[in-house]
Design a protein around this ligand. Structure first.
Ligand code: GLU
Length: 385
């Protein structure tokens, strides 16, 4: 039987508030259990699943029996504080039925935009996945002020998906995909099964409507699709309210697929090649040059010299012993630590820097071989493939 999720190994699922929370009855636990069943089925196949869940404000509101109508910012934040704790517990119980652990991550806009918090968030979520746990992510609503707030989880989920180089982002929504016009307003609206590129026409189809709880609407979903597809992550929008919503996607129930413009690692490498100034230099030995040419990560053991001042996450150049540039990449150490560990094997690094040592100096996914390709050249080589 065909499976619409075939080939996607790393998947982010965004869950909207209206799916999880009923204003009168609170948490929709049956639905959540059916979602957890689907997540567990994917996990058993060896796929990595991350959940970006809304619902903190809506659930907190239901628990505290706050009156209907708009909340002031501090009221919404207080409701989120109550709701988030209940939400975390609900996920942990629902996934626990399948012996899966849930790990809560609360992010602000800043954490996904600034390099250091971004790298830390990425490392933590990556480690949770390595542990076999399911990251359950939401915006940190209780502290996020307007300037540092996403406000909608569609774009947050897209950022998480690109941060984690996911293959697929699924938006479980109150609508089964993109239509040529908002179907509630236009009886002639037609469903669009696949979107190959987000043209101004596609954007115009999105309209602006949102449901009572979610801030989203189709516009933020198309914004999310832009963020995701440009970074190499495909995106599916489908109706989330039925039981076993991920299984429904696999069976081919109505959905819209936004195809990725490229694959995640290539997109990231293009970004490294084209968008950043190099602030430091590493000179590496011949063994390391060969390892890099063979597609390996750069390990500290092969680094002979560290020049310049840089922070973890900066772009730096990699030179061979003649001083020729052979690669550039995002470095995993500050320059001070890089000097301490240069030339050392992994076991010795643990002793120098303590338990938090990261093995690679530059991870292969963060490394681009060759001399300073310009953005145009990178663009061309992409098209030439
Ligand atoms: N972060 C908000 C919450 O958990 C939801 C934002 C959204 O609906 O997109 O309540």
């Amino acid at each position: 039987m065909s499976d619409a999720l075939h080939g996607y190994g790393r998947i982010v699922v965004k869950i909207g508030s209206a799916l999880l929370v009923d204003r009168e009855r609170g948490l929709k636990s049956d639905w959540l259990r059916s979602l957890a069943d689907d997540v567990a089925a994917l996990a058993r196949e060896g796929r990595e699943v991350m959940l970006v869940s809304s619902g903190a404000i809506a659930l907190g509101r239901a628990i505290m029996k706050l009156p209907p109508g708009a909340l002031k910012l501090e009221e919404a934040q207080a409701a989120a504080a109550v709701g988030q704790i209940a939400l975390a517990r609900a996920y942990s119980e629902a996934l626990g039925r399948h012996s899966l652990e849930a790990g809560q991550i609360l992010l602000t806009l800043r954490d996904t935009e600034e390099r250091r918090p971004y790298l830390n968030a990425r490392a933590t979520v990556g480690t949770l996945l390595q542990f076999g746990a399911v990251p359950v992510i939401n915006e940190n609503d209780t502290v996020a002020t307007t300037e540092i707030r996403y406000g909608d989880n569609d774009r947050l989920a897209a950022r998480v998906a690109t941060m984690m180089s996911a293959d697929l982002l699924i938006l479980l929504s109150d609508i089964d995909g993109l239509y040529t016009a908002p179907p509630a307003q236009d009886p002639d609206a037609r469903h669009i099964p696949t979107v190959d590129a987000i043209t101004p026409q596609i954007e115009a189809m999105a309209g602006g409507a949102a449901s009572i709880f979610s801030r989203g609407g189709m516009k933020t979903k198309v914004d999310a699709a832009k963020i995701a597809t440009q970074a190499g992550t495909a995106m599916i929008i489908t109706l989330g309210s039925r039981a076993n919503p991920l299984d429904a996607i696999r069976r081919g129930e109505r959905q819209t697929l936004f195809r990725a413009a490229t694959d995640p690692v290539r997109a990231r490498k293009r970004w490294i090649a084209g968008h950043l100034n190099a602030t430091g230099r590493l000179t590496v030995d011949e063994g390391a040059v060969r390892a890099l040419q063979g597609g390996k990560s750069l390990l500290p053991a092969g680094v002979k010299r560290v020049d310049g001042e840089f922070r973890r996450g900066d772009t730096i150049l990699v030179l061979d012993e003649t001083g020729a540039e052979i690669a550039r990449g995002l470095v995993a150490y500050d320059s001070g630590d890089a000097r301490l560990v240069a030339g050392l094997r992994s076991s010795a690094i643990e002793e120098q820097l303590g338990a938090s040592a990261r093995t690679a100096m530059i991870h292969r996914d963060d490394l681009v071989m060759g001399r300073l390709p310009t953005e145009d050249a990178a663009e061309e080589s992409h098209h030439a493939r």
